[in-house]
Write a protein that binds this ligand. Structure first.
Ligand code: SAH
Ligand code: SF4
Ligand code: F3S
Length: 458
């Protein structure tokens, strides 16, 4: 029996993948540990999305090297997107740092091989498995989940969108959907085990399809499993977000009224260079239809500043769009050129100080917007699903509203996994603070819940 330690970077898909890998190793009777220094096996599930993501991982490899110098029998495995993207240079860099530290290199579609590769690595054999698959969805594998409250469920893998800046189509391969029956029966099992929330995951969940049914059918089937189970999904691509999906969100009480809809830029010229396949008019129309059908829906987005050739005018259009929509949250990034993507050939002509200035401007705008939207909730009572203890003080619990806002309140640890109404008394741009305002898991809590207010309409 070996002690396994795993560290996960990148998106939620990677979090879900790590659970799949741990599920496979659990079957082999191994033990998990949270302490890297006592591990026999160190796995790092990596991300390649921006240069910084890879830099962080190289930094961690330094620590793993130290551990391996002290205990040469420790096996180090590099998993995930970076393993896939850098497979050639990693395997060739044997003489250099990485080659010496890493024993196994496994891409996102080859996780079934991890137990066998580890077995060999214990006998000193290095292993590489980096083939991408057109069919692998890990449908039959049981992930090792530890939350007990909220579960990630991958419903598809890969991406066929080929946004010009993005490595994902290269690191994760072609898009493929997991069958509906497998997903629904996993959700049934989770609901029976007491889980209270599932998040359906994919790089572009809106294009899930089994040839007959689409994502609107799938989410409807998942929501029908248990009306008390919250259903979330991410990420939506604006091109594939259908009116049928919007209708499903509006119709099903337990589908959370929260949509993450990355726009990337407000400039049509930049959107076209990005190969995003929609323009700002289409995007604005979507937001309008969403807000009409789902009053009070929470919206968040991703933005890239400093894409090749982005001018001050292009940037202004992004700022204007953000101001108009009034997002509840935004993830904002400086453009990072990725080798072999189409945008790489466009150069990286926006200087870093301009990128810094532009991202600073939108972060400040978003903070102001988030603060005013959060302050508007003070005095309201909202349904909160309790995820665990608050991080700051003893006796504090933390949960989330339907609209994905974090709420901190005083309460006993037993509330974990329960739903209760919380009256909001204070807010900052990131967090709501409240006090319990009614019975736990009341049968019809939504009657006393005020929906979150609609933002600036566009
Ligand atoms: N599939 C999701 C995005 C996954 S990556 C979607 O299309 O919405 C998450 C975010 O990282 C992207 O939305 C984008 O904003 C950002 N990103 C991706 N590649 C990037 C790059 N090369 N430089 C900077 N940001 C990038
Ligand atoms: Fe990358 Fe675009 Fe696919 Fe998202 S939709 S993963 S940004 S290629
Ligand atoms: Fe990163 Fe791969 Fe996810 S590149 S963002 S871990 S799909």
């Amino acid at each position: 029996m070996k002690k396994i330690y795993i560290e996960t970077y990148g998106c939620q898909m990677n979090v879900a993948d790590s659970e799949i890998v741990l599920g496979l190793l659990d079957e082999g009777g191994h033990m998990m540990t949270d302490d890297v220094r006592e591990a026999d096996v160190i796995l790092v599930n990596t991300c390649s999305i921006r240069e910084n993501a890879e830099k962080r991982i190289y930094g961690r490899l330094g620590l793993f090297k130290e551990i391996k110098t002290a205990r040469p029998e420790v096996v180090v495995g590099l998993l995930g997107c970076m393993a896939e993207r850098l497979r050639d240079s990693l395997t060739k860099s044997k003489a250099e740092g990485v080659g010496q530290i890493v024993d196994i290199i496994v891409g996102p579609d080859e996780y079934r091989k991890v137990p066998a590769l580890l077995e060999k690595a214990w006998h000193g054999e290095r292993g590489v498995a980096v083939r991408l698959s057109r069919v692998e969805t890990y449908d039959d594998l049981v992930p090792l989940r530890t939350s007990g409250v909220s579960a990630w469920i991958s419903i598809m893998r890969g991406c066929d969108k080929f946004c010009s800046f993005c490595v994902v189509p290269f690191t994760r391969g072609r898009e493929r959907s997991r069958p509906l029956d497998g997903i629904v029966s996993e959700v049934e099992t989770l609901a029976r085990r007491g889980y209270r929330e599932v998040t359906l995951l994919g790089q572009n969940v809106n294009s899930w399809s089994d040839g007959v049914r689409d994502f609107a059918d799938l989410i409807d089937a998942v929501a029908a499993v248990d009306p008390a189970l919250r259903v979330r999904f991410t990420t939506s691509h604006p091109q594939d977000m259908s009116d049928r999906l919007i209708a499903a969100i509006a119709r099903r009480e337990n589908i959370c009224k929260y949509v993450h809809l990355p726009v990337q830029s407000g400039s049509d010229r930049i959107l076209s260079l990005m190969n995003r396949t929609y323009d700002s008019r289409h995007y604005r129309g979507l937001i309008r239809r969403l807000r009409e059908a789902v009053p009070g829906v929470s919206l968040s987005t991703d933005i890239i500043v400093g894409f090749p050739t982005e001018t001050a005018d292009d940037h202004r259009m992004t700022v204007d769009l953000m101001r108009e929509v009034g997002y509840d949250g935004a993830f904002m990034f400086k453009y990072s050129p990725r080798e072999n993507t189409p945008a790489f050939a466009m150069g990286d002509d926006v200087p870093d100080d301009i990128k810094t200035e532009r991202i600073g401007e939108i972060i400040e705008l978003q903070n102001r917007t988030s603060l005013s939207r959060n302050l508007a909730l003070v005095g309201r009572t909202m349904e909160v699903l309790v995820e665990g203890s608050g991080r700051k003080a003893a006796g504090q619990m933390q949960g989330r509203t339907d609209g994905n806002r974090i709420v901190i309140f005083d309460g006993p640890a037993e509330l974990r996994g329960r739903t209760l109404p919380v009256r909001i008394v204070r807010a900052n741009s990131a967090t709501l603070f409240g006090e319990p305002a009614g019975s736990v898991d009341s049968t019809s809590p939504r009657e006393i819940i005020h929906r979150e207010p609609t933002g600036v309409s566009i």
